[in-house]
Design a protein around this ligand. Sequence first.
Ligand SMILES: C[S@@+](CC[C@H](N)C(=O)[O-])C[C@H]1O[C@@H](n2cnc3c(N)ncnc32)[C@H](O)[C@@H]1O
Length: 404
Amino acid sequence: MQLADVAALTSAEGRQLLAQLPPYDDDSALAVGEQLRRQGHPASLVAAALTQSRLRTRAGRRWGAAGAELVGHLLLTPDGAQQATRPTVAALRAARYARVGPAARVADLGCGIGLDALALAEAGLEVDAYDRDPLTVAVARSNEAARADGPPIRVFEADVTTIDRDVIAGYDAVFVDPARRQNGRRLAKPEAWSPPLSWALALPAPHLGVKVAPGIDRSLVPIDMELAVVSDHGDVVEAALYRGATRDGPVSRSATILPDRALLTDRDLPAAAPPVAAVGRYLHEPDGAAIRAGLVAAVVARVDGWLLDPQIAYISTSRMVVSPWVTSYEVLDVLPFHLKRLRSYLRSRHVGHVVVKKRGSAVDVDHLRTSLKLDRKAPERRTLMLTRVGTDPIVAICRPTARL
Ligand SMILES: C[S@@+](CC[C@H](N)C(=O)[O-])C[C@H]1O[C@@H](n2cnc3c(N)ncnc32)[C@H](O)[C@@H]1O
C-alpha cells in the first residue's frame, strides 16, 4: 500500500469499486481482478482495492460482529490492521476516557490507522491523533473523514517524542499505544518500543493510558497505575496501564472478559492465599486475562475451588461451576505421567483424539501426540491436562464441560 493508493481508493471511482467488491476469497480474487480490469478500471486501483478487500475480510473476522460492520468503512494497511485495537476493546477504553469529562481534549500519541481515536471520538471526546508514518497518517485521515458524525479528529504527522511537553500538558488526557514490533517481530523490552514505555509514563498527563504487552513484568507498573488486561472470546487481546480518571478508582490490577464485560480486580483477591489440594472432580483453566493480571486467586475464590500447586494456574473444584472466568473439564482419571501407561490407558478406552493442555510440565506436546500413536478411527476424545504436584508430573484425563 502506497500513498497514491490512498488517494485512488478515496476517489469517487475507488469508493465505488470498493463498495461493489464481493467478500474477499483467495480462489476467486484473480478472476475478480481480471473482470474489473476488463471493465476499464486501472490495474493499480484494482490491485489496491483487492488488497483492501483482503485486509478488511481478515480484520472483520478477527474483530467479530461489531468490528465487521465498522471495517467496511475503513481503509487499512497490513501493519495498521495488525496493530490496531479491535473496536470492542477500543470502546471499553474510550469509556474510561469519557470519565475525564464531557468533550475532554485527548491526545492519541501513535494513533496508527485510528481505531482508538475513532472510539474516543465516538465517546464524545475531542481527539488530536499523532503518528510519524506518512502513509499511516493518510489512512487515519481517510478513516476520520469516513465518519458520519461526532466531533472531528485532527490527525497530525509528527514524531511524538518531539512534541513540546507544554503542548502535551495542555491536553486533558493522553493515550499512548507504542509500536511493539519491528520488521514483523515482537519487541520484548518496553524500552525498545516506540515510543519507549518510560517516555510514555513520564508524560505530563494526570489522566493517562498506555498500551503495553500483556506479559509485561508487573514490577514495571507504577504504583499509581492500574494494569488492565482484556480477553475476548477466551483470547488475551490487550493490556494497558491507566492513571487518573482513566484508572478504575483505587484498582491496581483488573481483568475484563469480552463480550460480556465481566470484571475482576485486585479488590476481589481473598485475604489468604488460595487453598492447595489434590485434583478433585473438576479441573478449570482460568481466563488468560485473570492470569496475566495476577488474579488467579480471585478466580479460585469465585469458583470456591483450590489450586493443585501454588505456582500453577489450574483450579480444581468438587462441584461443577458455571463461570466466564474458567474453561472447565470433568476429570475422569488422574495418573502419574508415564507415556506407556497413558498410551495403553487411552487405547483400552478407544480414544482416537486428544487435546493436550499443560501447565508446569516439561513434556513436548507434539512429541507426546505422535508417541501416543492413537488409532484415529477410534471414536472417543479426551482432554489431557499435564501438570505436576510438587515435583511429580501427573496427567488428568478429562472431558470438557459446556462453556458459558
Ligand atoms: C500500535 S500502533 C497504534 C494503533 C492504534 N492505537 C490503533 O488502534 O489503530 C503504533 C503506532 O505508533 C506509531 N509510532 C511509533 N513511534 C512513533 C513516534 N515516535 N511518533 C509518532 N508515532 C509513532 C507507529 O507508526 C504506529 O502507527
